[in-house]
Design a protein around this ligand. Structure first.
Ligand code: G4P
Length: 190
């Protein structure tokens, strides 16, 4: 997606350790018009996939997911990174994911109230790096017996291989901008 690639080159910052800082337009301050265009691109790329709902993970996946849900007129559910303290009669699907950027393990969960057996799901997130979060989603999909029809990422870091691992498993993966290299404070896009 050219507009996104241009924006990454203009406003993104390559930090030591292979981190791309995009907090001026994606994951702290958000450019809503760009987010809407990102959603339009996801809709185009997943055209033909029949889906019932969109699933994302808090917090930075929510903006692109809700815009996509708005265009497709679909419900959007986000996976929580903390168990709600209020009791619910619904079972929670849970798993643990390791965050590469924060170097912490995180319990993620989603209520069975909102994911039903057989649901056809489009998963949307801001980044795919090693794929830990995406593999957490796949574990939840297994527990919930849902069908992942597509996995859309705003930015893929190809040097961390999560996207390719998903493709090798046969998942329908679309990334709107692919970063091949972030060494020496450069940003090299695919
Ligand atoms: P992975 O799930 O693909 O393995 O990646 P990782 O462990 O790195 O993901 C953990 C968090 O780090 C995710 O957000 C992901 O979006 C973010 N992330 C991964 N690589 C980069 C990067 O190069 N730049 C930025 N800005 N973020 C990156 P999170 O920590 O869960 O935070 P949030 O969604 O609440 O913002």
């Amino acid at each position: 997606m050219e507009l996104l690639k241009q924006r990454i080159l203009e406003d993104g910052k390559s930090l030591p350790g292979g981190i791309l800082k995009v907090d001026s337009f994606i994951n702290h301050q958000m450019d809503s018009k760009l987010m809407y265009k990102i959603a339009e691109e996801f809709v185009k790329r997943f055209k033909g996939c029949k889906v019932d709902k969109i699933v994302t993970i808090e917090s930075s996946g929510i903006a692109p997911a809700i815009m996509t849900g708005l265009i497709l007129d679909l419900p959007v559910i986000f996976i929580k990174k903390k168990r709600p303290s209020t009791m619910s009669k619904f079972k929670m699907f849970t798993t643990v994911v390791h965050s590469f950027t924060k170097n912490i393990d995180c319990d993620i969960c989603i209520s069975s109230e909102f994911l039903k057996k057989g649901d056809r799901v489009l998963f949307i997130d801001d980044f795919i790096a090693n794929g830990n979060t995406a593999f957490g989603m796949l574990e939840i999909a297994k527990q919930a017996s849902i069908d992942i029809k597509g996995m859309g990422f705003v930015i893929e870091k190809s040097f961390q291989n999560g996207g390719n691992k998903l493709r090798e498993l046969g998942y329908n993966v679309e990334s709107l901008a692919i970063v091949d290299d972030l060494s020496d404070c450069k940003i090299v896009l695919h």
